[in-house]
Design a binder for this molecule. Structure first.
Ligand SMILES: [Zn+2]
Length: 107
């Protein structure tokens, strides 16, 4: 699911979203707090960005739509093993030692 799919699943019209910078700083995001939810117009409690073919846009969310966004995005997050593989490859490429600790076990 890409960000366009996410917006379709949430029922958000991409044309209704405000443009966002390519690189978001915390101060940019702080200014978005309490904006109406992009999905239902209730008071927003979180913000983030979506990347569409024509740029980046703010996606403001109320509690329920923030959680729905997490659920919808969860399917596209890599498995933990994939993340560790990428980290190990990056560490090897950088020539640094890497120790990953999960649940108290080093790997
Ligand atoms: Zn909402």
């Amino acid at each position: 699911m890409d960000d366009a799919d996410l917006l379709r699943a949430l029922g958000v019209d991409p044309a209704s979203l405000d443009p966002a910078p390519e690189t978001v700083r915390m101060t940019d995001a702080r200014q978005r707090f309490n904006r109406p939810c992009s999905t239902c117009r209730a008071r927003g409690i979180s913000t983030g960005t979506v990347r569409l073919p024509h740029g980046c846009f703010w996606l403001d969310s109320c509690r329920d739509h923030m959680l729905e966004g997490f659920r919808l995005r969860a399917g596209r997050w890599p498995a933990a093993g994939d993340v560790f593989t990428v980290l190990r490859e990056a560490a090897a490429e950088a020539g640094v030692a890497l120790t990953v600790i999960t649940d108290g076990e080093a790997g």
